[in-house]
Design a protein around this ligand. Structure first.
Ligand code: BGP
Length: 477
């Protein structure tokens, strides 16, 4: 591979989320979160889309998030493995319901606060920078039952209180923060993204964009609090990114691609530029959507924009005005992308397009002129353990090598990128499928989709490969 230059201090590492790694779902007073109500299998997707209004854990049903890979008890051993690879950063999320079990308890849960104190201390012991997400798909269930989750304005003040609590507590341990993981997912998987469930006759778009406003105001208030409490902190937004390609040079396809990109950019336009874009107001008018705002909302959005643009990149997307083309859209992705005949796909039907990574990074920087942070990228694959007990994941090395190379091209294009925390450096529960068999890690975990297994950690072939990438600062891909 060509010799690539990454900036000194580039934050190489990995990314996990509380709900997909920690397990211990009711340990030390933790409250139930929405992912604790997500089984695996077909019912999972219907629930994630908000189509199942009444939810309670069903006795005997297997819920992947309940134990996940028990990072809650294994984090010291796992962090030692990350340190062995030379990680400079680890992206983790704080579970809101560990800090406030119902989301609105009179006082925070000290056991929850103490866990993250210990987690951040362990990272610091290994000179690994914590990169912390405040909300990663895990709204406390009590807030759904009581307020309908983010459809209620009440969540703005509750989230602000939660954010201030953790900023105060961890102000000497955490410098990099981000607010809502993949905030645009609210449009595609409203239950997963914002804890929204819909009753018969609900105007879903109205509810989703009102909830989006609440999250955007809450995010800006968190930015405000973060800058006041931790003056040298960097706090970002986080987008599930991936440029939409027009399927042809038909102007209709090009316009559709612009509209689909804007569906996601809408959130970041508000978080990074501080105001609702004109196209959004046209969309609201044409779709009879009325955003209820409180006095001062627009000033909060304007005065408290993010410091950097965090984003995940897995795939580019493709859109066509031709219905026949769209009929072949891969069911595997929530963005409604058509099949792109020029690139390959993963075992889950996700497009594999490394050049799209470079294009997407350039597109984001051109639009926002703020530093970028790649906080998710990786290949979910079915890994096999050989007779010899090894995992020869050359396919993952190939995927990551090509994507890191294109990220280096983007940096050479003049795009400032803070770091790269690949998704799932250790196998964890898949968000979309709830499966363990969709593995992303450099470290294999002996657990299957039903939670069986020893939990043993095994270094894959990619473990030493990524260790060399980091030690050479990207020179040895
Ligand atoms: C993003 C989420 C992550 C992670 C990733 C991979 O949407 O931010 O939580 O899950 O996708 O997706 P999956 O786990 O469905 O393969």
């Amino acid at each position: 591979m060509e010799n690539y230059t990454f900036p000194d201090g580039f934050l190489w590492g990995g990314a996990i989320a509380a709900n997909q790694a920690e397990g211990a779902y009711q340990t030390d007073n933790k409250g139930l979160t929405i992912v604790d109500l997500l089984p695996t299998g077909d019912s999972r997707r219907a629930i994630m889309k908000g189509d199942v209004p009444s939810l309670q854990p069903l006795a005997g049903e297997f819920y992947p998030a309940h134990e996940a890979i028990d990072f809650y008890h294994n984090y010291k051993e796992d962090i030692a493995l990350f340190a062995e690879m030379g990680f400079k950063a680890l992206r983790v999320s704080i579970a809101w319901a560990r800090i406030f079990p119902t989301g609105e308890d009179a006082t925070p849960n000290e056991a929850g606060l103490a866990f993250y104190d210990s987690l951040f201390d362990e990272l610091r012991k290994h000179d690994i920078e914590p990169v912390v997400t405040l909300a990663h798909f895990d709204v406390p269930v009590h807030l759904i039952d009581t307020y309908g989750s983010w459809r209620s304005r009440k969540l703005v003040s509750l989230f602000e209180r939660y954010a201030k609590t953790v900023f105060e507590r961890y102000q000497d341990k955490v410098t990099y923060w981000m607010t809502f993981n993949e905030i645009n997912m609210l449009l595609h998987l409203p239950f997963l993204g914002a804890g929204l469930v819909f009753a018969e006759g609900d105007n879903q778009k109205q509810i989703q964009y009102q909830a989006a406003h609440h999250q955007l105001v809450a995010s800006a208030l968190a930015v405000k609090a973060c800058h006041e409490i931790i003056p040298d902190a960097q706090i970002g937004c986080m987008l599930a990114a991936g440029m939409f390609y027009p399927y042809s040079c038909n102007p209709e396809d090009v316009k559709l691609a612009m509209d689909k990109d804007r569906e996601s950019f809408f959130f970041i336009d508000v978080q990074a530029r501080g105001e609702y874009p004109g196209y959004a107001n046209r969309f609201f008018n044409e779709n009879n959507i009325h955003i209820a705002m409180e006095p001062g909302d627009l000033e909060i959005l304007k005065n408290h924009t993010v410091d950097y643009i965090g984003f995940s990149y897995y795939s580019s997307r493709t859109i066509s005005s031709d219905k026949e083309v769209m009929k072949k859209a891969t069911s595997g992705n929530v963005f409604g992308s058509a099949v792109n005949p020029y690139v390959s796909k993963s075992e889950w039907g996700w497009t594999i397009d490394p050049v799209g990574f470079r294009i997407t990074a350039n597109q984001l920087y051109d639009r926002y002129q703020k530093p970028l942070f790649v906080v998710e990228n990786g290949l979910g694959a079915i890994d096999q353990v050989t007779e010899a007990g090894t995992i020869e994941d050359d396919y993952r090395i190939a995927y990551l090598r090509r994507h890191i190379a294109e990220m280096a091209e983007a940096i050479e294009d003049g795009v400032p990128i803070i770091g790269y925390t690949s998704w799932g450096p250790i196998d964890i529960v898949s968000a979309s499928s709830g499966e363990m068999k969709k593995r992303y890690g450099y470290i294999y975990v002996d657990r299957d989709n039903e939670g069986n297994g020893t939990g043993k950690r095994i270094k894959k072939k990619s473990f030493d490969w990524y260790k060399r990438v980091i030690s050479s600062n990207g020179q040895q891909l």
